[in-house]
Design a protein around this ligand. Structure first.
Ligand SMILES: [Zn+2]
Length: 275
């Protein structure tokens, strides 16, 4: 099954990490000469004159900090992005999807389809993030704490817990399917039935680590398009390990349903199904 839903989950923690690294290189140390935040609350906010001090990722959140204690905070949501341009370069994408523009003399950062964009005091960042679990790609990553949070609700489905940002900050829909495949676990398995919850946490971290500076996300050893993922987006096609057709199903609350992919043979459902 292919649908537009297959394309969600694109902006996961690894994407945000790579975006932050590119923006840091392009903007840090430079003076903002113009800013244009196309959200009603900050439409008149003008940060020109501020020097960008740092661009930092945290899970799926991105922070552009300035020397005046101000942060432009964005959340890329499912398919948001920040792109960088030379001053005379033509912007790609649709103009009406542009949410934020940060201009310096040498480079321009343009945020498209951002789920959230706001200006906050840098000192308020920690408040904003207090609910997040350990950042999978953070320097202060804490695997034991992530496992503790993952196993805190034993009746919960593994697939739901894995993308809950209060458990771990970073993973999204693609990693959920891929991690469960590599762990040999059906994502509908309840957390309490997992023989080795540490392994899911480790797999999440190692896969995201591997991908954090790559241009493309790959969970197999073959980064070519169409070969790069085990199960995600491969509904109906044969499992790369056993040849069984990959199945897909929708999971999550109404309005927030996400597609999940599973090999029914490689990923047996452990314990009792929840539905
Ligand atoms: Zn299989």
């Amino acid at each position: 099954m292919r649908s537009v839903i297959d394309d969600d989950g694109v902006a996961e923690g690894d994407t945000v990490f790579a975006t932050a690294a590119r923006m840091q290189e392009a903007l840090a140390g430079r003076v903002l000469t113009r800013t244009d935040l196309r959200v009603p609350r900050f439409a008149t906010t003008d940060l020109s004159g501020h020097v960008v001090s740092e661009v930092a990722p945290r899970g799926k959140h991105l922070f552009v900090r300035t020397d005046r204690g101000v942060t432009v905070h964005s959340h890329l949501g499912m398919d948001g992005s920040w792109r960088l341009y030379e001053p005379d370069e033509r912007w790609r994408g649709r103009a009406f999807e542009v949410r934020g523009v940060l201009v310096t003399d040498e480079r321009i950062a343009v945020g498209h389809r951002l789920r959230r964009l706001e200006v906050i005091r840098t000192s308020e960042e920690s408040q904003l993030l207090s609910h997040l679990g350990p950042d999978v790609l953070g320097q202060d990553w804490d695997a034991a704490e992530a496992t503790r949070r993952l196993t805190a609700s034993p009746e919960r489905e593994v697939g739901e817990a894995l993308i809950d940002q209060t458990v771990m900050a970073g993973p999204g829909n693609v990693y959920r399917s891929e991690v469960c495949f590599l762990a040999g676990v059906d994502p509908r398995t309840v957390v309490g039935a997992l023989p080795d919850p540490d392994r899911l946490v480790e797999l999440t971290r190692s896969l995201m680590e591997r991908n954090r500076s790559r241009g493309r996300r790959a969970t197999t050893d073959d980064p070519r398009p169409g070969h790069d993922l085990w199960v995600y987006g491969r509904g109906g096609r044969p499992c790369r390990r056993c040849g069984t057709p990959i199945r897909s199903f929708l999971r999550g609350a109404a309005g927030a349903r996400r597609i999940t992919f599973v090999c029914p043979r490689c990923q047996p459902l452990l314990g009792e199904p929840t539905v």
